[in-house]
Design a protein around this ligand. Structure first.
Ligand SMILES: Nc1nc2c(c(=O)[nH]1)N[C@H]1C(S)=C(S)[C@@H](COP(=O)(O)O)O[C@H]1N2
Ligand SMILES: [Mo]
Length: 251
């Protein structure tokens, strides 16, 4: 009798949890999409640990104005100068026009593909957050980011039920992706402002991603295109595996 009651209660608790997180959890396997890739065994541990310890959309710490530090610019600091590709040329052109011609397509597994200008993004609800950036090189810095939550932009395009990953293409010819749980996290924003000004070129102008629960390199700069995908896409030769960096790097 006692055992039976316990089981019933446990079932009720599980059912309750399922109804709250059902939408997201149903989409999330227990293992990362990189499971089985020898080069990416590190992902398994961080993904499972992270997703077990932080089952909800818990927020990372936000700091005070007085905590803001100087912020180095790392990796590409100007695709218009450094990228010997068509994308680099395009970026130089956009830069000349103060990014008034910059457009961000949001396409793939969405009900209505959309293209946003910088002013379109600025008209959407915004969020400002002072957070710590952690680079794989061993430094951290605190900055104030202003932008539109990625969830707002994805809502505007309408995620189809088959949507599983959000893939980002950049003007320095890079590709990276995050899963829906990170994409819909309230602190995941498309940032167009840094420390109260327009986002500087060196930090990813006109718009960069901020994924605050991941290592710094997941916060891709120089956004060019967003693709909603139904399959895992780590960017292949355009992705961070080229650097030996994990796809999932929860902090
Ligand atoms: N497109 C693009 N995004 C990028 C990079 C890059 O080289 N290109 N470098 C990454 C790395 S390793 C870090 S630490 C941060 C650096 O951002 P910052 O230049 O604003 O400090 O951007 C990340 N996003
Ligand atoms: Mo980094």
């Amino acid at each position: 009798m006692e055992t039976k009651r316990l089981i019933t209660r446990r079932r009720a608790v599980i059912a309750g949890m399922a109804s709250v997180g059902g939408f997201l959890l149903a989409k999330y396997p227990k293992l990362p999409p990189t499971y089985g890739n020898l080069l990416r065994m590190g992902d398994n541990l961080t993904y499972v640990a992270h997703r077990t310890l932080l089952p909800g959309q818990s927020l990372v710490r936000e700091y005070a104005e007085s905590d803001i530090t100087s912020f180095p610019a790392v990796g590409t600091t100007n695709p218009g100068v450094t990228e010997k590709t068509d994308l680099g040329d395009q970026y130089r052109e956009l830069q000349r026009g103060a990014f008034s011609d910059w457009r961000l397509p949001v396409e793939g597994r969405v009900a209505s593909p959309r293209t946003f200008s910088l002013s379109d993004l600025k008209r959407l609800p915004s969020r400002t957050q002072i957070t710590r950036h952690t680079c794989e090189e061993g430094w951290t810095a605190i900055g104030r980011w202003t932008g539109v939550p990625l969830s707002v932009v994805l809502d505007a395009a309408g995620l189809l039920p088959s949507a599983r990953f959000i893939v980002f293409h950049t003007y320095d010819d890079g590709i990276d992706s995050i899963d829906l749980l990170d994409a819909l996290h309230p602190q995941t924003i498309l940032a167009y402002g840094m420390n109260g000004r327009d986002l500087p070129i060196a930090h990813g102008a006109p718009v960069r991603l901020r994924v605050e629960r991941q290592m710094g390199y997941k916060s891709v700069k120089y956004l060019q295109r967003i693709v909603v995908a139904d399959e895992f896409d780590d960017g292949g030769r355009h992705g961070n595996i080229q650097n030996g960096w994990a796809w999932y790097t929860g902090i």
